[in-house]
Design a protein around this ligand. Structure first.
Ligand SMILES: [Mg+2]
Length: 127
């Protein structure tokens, strides 16, 4: 079976590096970009992305920009929002823009992995 590809989008490069390693260790193929526009470029570049882990708070364009742009362009990739700015309004706004789930930082790795596998399995069953 082909490895599932995860794109981490977060302006915190340390988080990207650590999380990417953690996900690769449990069998995902994860990559990261540190900005919203880079995320759209990556997605449109045609590399396989099964799931996006998206930070909301980033300088210049933020996570909502990524969600809005994906919606406009009909890019249907599952998104888990991963942010320190976890509040009810952000969760509602990101869900309205198509995010599947919402996890607050600092993340609990086990919880995150359970959520990722849940979201990816759901996608498989829907196909
Ligand atoms: Mg951030």
């Amino acid at each position: 079976m082909e490895m599932e590809s995860i794109l981490i989008v977060d302006d915190d490069i340390n988080l990207c590096t650590v999380l990417s390693e953690e996900l690769n260790e449990v069998g995902y193929n994860s990559n990261f970009v540190t900005g919203a526009e880079a995320a759209i470029e990556y997605i449109e570049g045609g590399k396989k992305v099964d799931l996006i882990l998206l930070d909301l708070k980033m300088p210049e364009k933020d996570g909502f920009y990524v969600l809005r742009t994906m919606k406009e362009k009909n890019i249907e990739i599952k998104v888990i929002v991963l942010t320190a700015y976890a509040d009810v309004k952000s969760a509602i706004d990101s869900a309205r823009l198509g995010a599947t789930d919402f996890i607050s930082k600092p993340y609990d790795l086990d919880e995150l992995i359970i959520t990722i596998s849940k979201v990816l399995n759901t996608e498989k069953y829907e196909d």
